[in-house]
Design a binder for this molecule. Structure first.
Ligand SMILES: [Zn+2]
Length: 119
């Protein structure tokens, strides 16, 4: 929200007025626009591999990105190859069976710091 307020600070008065009018007339649908942006982000691979932290080369065909979690708490994890994806899935499965209570929350707080939130 802070960055959004910062963004509004960059707009001129006439731009704010136009933005407000656009929203009122329904020409600008902020919710839809944000939803589209979220989809764009989800389609992209993360910058680094969740398992080994290697940088993800977006042109490499061996990259994999999984999106998981409920719609309003969606998470994304990218992998530089099948081995890393497999390792992650095995670990994820272990975590789910070990402690069915912690669910996905343990992933973001655990050692998978590269897992990106996609919200
Ligand atoms: Zn990797």
């Amino acid at each position: 929200m802070y960055r959004f307020m910062k963004f509004l600070d960059t707009l001129e008065h006439y731009e704010l007025v136009r933005l407000k009018q656009g929203m009122e007339k329904g020409n600008i649908d902020i919710e839809k626009t944000i939803q589209q942006k979220i989809k764009e982000h989800e389609k992209k691979h993360a910058k680094s591999c969740t398992t080994c932290s290697n940088a993800i080369d977006s042109y490499n065909t061996n990259n994999y990105t999984v999106i998981f979690g409920p719609g309003d708490f969606r998470k994304k994890a990218s992998f530089c190859g099948l081995d890393c994806l497999e390792y992650f899935l095995i670990k994820l499965k272990q975590m789910k069976t070990d402690a069915g209570k912690t669910e996905f929350s343990s992933i973001s707080q655990g050692d998978d710091k590269n897992a990106e939130k996609t919200e």
